[in-house]
Design a protein around this ligand. Structure first.
Ligand code: 4AD
Ligand code: MG
Length: 454
């Protein structure tokens, strides 16, 4: 997607689409590659609007004048005219009449050199990696996906709620929070301990009991010391919440949501996904498309454990009735057994958060996780406990203070409804769609234990 910018500049993708033999053109961008030789000299310029680059042909005099000044990263403004390109790699190229160097870049000092392009290295230059092909595509996908997520909910009448980032409550009851304090003061700025939110869920539940269908989409924070490619200390979450709804409604919403936003993004960013499918992980995007074309599987936690036991596979962590599903188990289920996304439901109550609705068996809760190949858990959701007495018993049983949740309990006193929702890890969805294997490489400036540069 592209268009006329807010300035008088038109982006390269739009200019290319309008190109015609002999037509004048003015463009801006950064040099990706430059080649100076006796017969022909040209530079390739990009501006981030798409995977497109424009080839600029220099005259012999221009080549002489600009040699050594059009290194990678140089910002340029070019005036010229479109010419049919003999090379065949692009339909049109630009014969330059005027080349202005807007911002110089010394190619010999440019931090990203041809041979140093590992993902690990590029994280150390996170201020410049957005200019590389991989990160151009990653962040265009991230942008498009955000847009389709909002569109999905807005078209269905969901209200977007801006739940607070600073909070006094631990929504997951897992104690993995960053504390918020004013610098230079030992006093509690908010009169009691305050934290960065781990989830907008509890707050958004209040709004679901006023607007029926709502969602949050924003940053969340977890102080878990997990050094994996799937955990970040700061990540974005999408959390819809629906009133007058059962777990089945939540699962139906989750499946429709993942499919629609994924397919729309695959379509909008077709060139970027072509890049992922050929250059990042051959055939991966084809597998994702196949997964999106069929119904997602569904099993209970107890059935999932039976499958794991029957698999005969050697796992690091134990499997069997009542055991916890670890990432290795989640991946086995999604990758090998179901060969695609699978909803696991009805987890043992002891393994899940206090707000999940207790099933009639008194042992399990109306929870669901959506597991996908490679990633494991993409979504965590549930029906919420709408019965005050049951909720209180659960809060107490987990060692939490009933009084701390007074406002959450009020929702169960004044017009309670069966309701539920889920949280989808935004970065994990990007990883699954693109085949990028580390969460640090799908977030502009990743924050992980021991790392918050930039
Ligand atoms: O399963 P979680 O902890 O669920 C909740 O927070 C609920 N309050 C959601 C709800 O029902 N409204 O987290 C939801 C999702 C996970 O499935 C995972 O995709 C992602 O958030 N997630 C992380 N992503 C990146 N880094 C981390 N440290 C993550 N922790 C969870
Ligand atoms: Mg979870």
């Amino acid at each position: 997607m592209s268009g006329q910018g807010t300035s008088r500049r038109t982006d390269l993708t739009t200019l290319l689409a309008q190109a015609g033999e002999g037509n004048p053109v003015e463009l801006n961008g950064w040099v990706k590659t430059a080649r100076f030789s006796k017969n022909i000299s040209f530079v390739h310029v990009f501006d981030g609007s798409s995977t497109a680059t424009v080839q600029i042909i220099l005259s012999a005099e221009q080549a002489e004048a600009f040699k050594g000044h059009l290194g990678i990263g140089t910002a340029v403004a070019i005036k010229g005219s479109w010419k049919a390109s003999p090379g065949g790699r692009q339909a049109f190229e630009v014969a330059a009449d005027e080349i202005v160097i807007v911002g110089e870049s010394d190619a010999s000092e440019y931090p990203i050199q041809r041979k140093k392009t590992s993902m690990e290295f590029l994280r150390t230059v996170a201020h410049l990696r957005p200019r590389t092909n991989t990160f151009q595509s990653v962040f265009r996908v991230r942008n498009a996906l955000s847009w389709h997520i909002h569109r999905f909910f807005q078209e269905r009448g969901f209200q977007w709620v801006h739940t607070p980032i600073i909070t006094a409550s631990d929504a997951e009851g897992a104690g993995e929070m960053f504390q918020v304090k004013a610098t230079g003061s030992e006093e509690e700025f908010f009169g009691k301990p305050a934290f960065l939110t781990v989830s907008g869920q509890l707050a958004v539940e209040n709004f679901a009991q006023a607007f029926t269908n709502v969602y949050t989409f924003g940053p969340t924070f977890r102080a878990e010391n997990s050094h994996t490619g799937r955990h970040a200390s700061e990540f974005w979450m999408i959390e819809p919440e629906i009133a007058f709804a059962t777990l089945d409604d939540v699962i139906a919403l989750a499946e429709a949501f993942v499919k629609e936003v994924s397919l729309a993004t695959l379509e909008q960013c077709a060139d970027d996904f072509e890049f992922f499918n050929t250059r990042i992980d051959k055939g991966w995007v084809d597998q994702v498309r196949a997964s999106l074309a069929k119904p997602f599987a569904r099993v209970t936690h107890a059935e999932a454990q039976e499958i794991l036991v029957a698999s005969g596979k050697k796992f690091e962590y134990p499997v069997g009735p009542g055991q916890e599903l670890q990432t290795e188990h989640e991946r086995y289920l999604a990758e090998e057994h179901f060969e695609g996304p699978v909803f696991v439901t009805d987890y043992p109550a002891s393994q899940k958060a206090f707000y999940m609705r207790l099933n009639d068996d008194g042992e399990t809760v109306g929870a669901t996780d959506l597991l996908v190949p490679r990633i494991g858990e993409l979504i965590g959701g549930s029906a919420r406990e709408e019965r005050l007495d049951v909720l209180d018993a659960r809060i107490s049983a987990l060692g939490l203070e009933v009084e701390d949740y007074w406002w959450y309990r009020d929702l169960r006193k004044f017009g309670t409804t069966p309701h539920g929702g889920f949280g989808l890890g935004f970065e994990r969805l990007i990883m699954w769609l693109t085949g990028m294997t580390n969460i640090r490489d799908v977030i502009p400036f990743p924050r992980t234990p021991g790392s918050a540069e930039f």
